[in-house]
Design a protein around this ligand. Structure first.
Ligand code: PLP
Length: 430
């Protein structure tokens, strides 16, 4: 037994139990999901798809994968489901490969406006192998559909992404559809962040409007790390050959053998998401985010809050992340729309409620947590990022040391540890 690895796991368990995990793309999976993920299914090679494998011995695995596919189609109301993508980024690569040739134009929301890397950001496959065009959000931080339409008419994309990673508002998929139809583009919804909210009935579903859907399984959907590609009836009508094209993109296009333990854990999570209790969970996630946002002087229509820290000083995102972490609150620094400073030293933070809600926290707890967040942020007021780029690394190092020693943050950390330990985490004994 590797004592080093298991000691580190115990340490991480403690961190997850006594802290407040508020990164909006994270969650706590159930004990059953953990059990499936840690099962002997990891031993098996199954390249190919159900009933068409390159290896023998896949009778059980075939049943498992078909079961997971059926659950996904039932839950989302789609025609085909692919559960093998290793994670969200390869799923997006496979979806792009299935409908585009290298060099085709793909359009997605800019990273600095809350889009994802795989939707056409610099250095991502999506701009290396395809011609990427980015649309942005307006002054109200909402998607600028006029700009999207102008860009689409000008560049004639083959694929338009409707998906976000740091965007606190609901999406109106009918607006994307209208533009995609004007230029004949494939419309793909990347619902990674909001899939749990969609199946929980608290965010509009894209199924009626889009051709394909991609989603990670480990965010609001509360499954293991993994991803799915879904084909809607509309997508099938657009190209009746689409199933084979997606399969070919997954393997041999991008991947080898599927992670069968992951498929099993996805199936368990989908079973859980079909239960009425999951609807209650999704509803509470949104309620909690709305309360938290209001307490912090912001707004949220989903599970996350994008908070500008400009009122605390210049380039404060990093300092905010460091100070909150010192107090036991895990969030991430984030650019704000029209980021005035830098993607590496941004002006905002992103936080969310999926993981806290899985621990049973409600509105009352959000008010308490918002109070701590505000107290912590006061400790960084005026700690402006140096304007000179060469001084920034050292500055952040010194902020880390300062925040670790800060008596106020130490006190809050103790209060939070006591508070958080009362809320159970599956797979972790308190
Ligand atoms: C919208 C969106 N798509 C795709 C991904 C990529 O997922 P993964 O990190 O599993 O590759 C993310 C992850 O943050 C995301 O937010």
């Amino acid at each position: 037994m590797s004592s080093k690895v298991f000691k580190l796991i115990e340490k991480e368990k403690k961190r997850q139990l006594i802290g407040l995990e508020m990164i909006p793309s994270e969650n706590y999976v159930s004990s059953d999901v953990l059990k499936a993920l840690g099962s002997i299914l990891t031993n098996k090679y199954s390249e190919g798809f159900p009933k068409a494998r390159y290896y023998g011995g896949n009778e059980v695995i075939d049943k498992l994968e078909i079961y997971a596919q059926n659950l996904a189609n039932k839950l989302f109301g789609t025609k085909y489901a692919f559960v093998q993508p290793y994670s969200g980024s390869p799923a997006n690569f496979a979806a792009t490969m299935a409908v585009c040739d290298p060099g085709d134009v793909v359009m997605g929301l800019a990273l600095s406006s809350g889009g994802h890397l795989t939707h056409g950001a610099n250095l991502s496959f999506s701009s290396i192998f395809y011609k990427a065009v980015n649309y942005t959000v307006g002054k109200d931080w909402k998607i600028n559909f006029e700009e999207l339409e102008d860009l689409a008419k000008k560049h004639k994309p083959k694929l338009i992404w409707a998906g976000t990673t740091a965007y606190p508002f609901k999406l109106d998929y009918s607006k994307f559809r209208k533009i995609a139809d004007e230029v004949g583009a494939w419309l793909v919804a990347d619902i990674s962040h909001i899939s749990g909210l969609i199946v929980g009935g608290v965010h509009p579903s894209p199924v009626k409007y889009v051709d394909l859907i991609t989603t990670t399984t480990h965010k609001t959907l509360r499954g293991p790390r993994g991803a799915m590609i879904l084909v809607t009836d509309r997508g099938y009508k657009k190209d009746p050959e689409i199933k084979g094209k997606i399969e070919k993109a997954i393997i041999p296009g991008l991947q080898g053998g599927p992670h069968n333990h992951q498929t099993a854990a996805i199936a368990v999570a989908l079973e859980e998401a079909l239960k009425p209790s999951f609807k209650r969970y999704a509803k509470q996630v949104v309620k909690n985010a709305a309360v938290l946002a209001a307490e912090l002087g912001s707004k949220s229509e989903n599970h996350l809050i994008l908070l500008s820290l400009e009122s605390y000083g210049y380039g404060m995102g990093y300092q905010g992340q460091v100070a909150l972490e010192a107090a036991g609150i895990t969030i991430n620094k984030n650019t704000i729309p029209g980021e005035p400073v830098s993607p590496f030293y941004p002006s905002g933070i992103r936080l969310g409620t999926p993981a806290l809600t899985s621990r049973g926290m409600k509105e009352k707890e959000m008010v308490k947590i918002a109070g701590w967040i505000k107290e912590v942020l006061e400790e960084i007021r005026g700690l402006d990022l140096p304007k000179e780029q060469e001084l920034r690394k050292e500055f952040i190092k010194s902020v880390k040391v300062k925040m670790k020693k800060n008596p106020k943050l130490k006190k809050i950390r103790q209060e939070i540890a006591k508070f958080a330990s009362k809320y159970p985490v599956p797979g972790i004994d308190s």
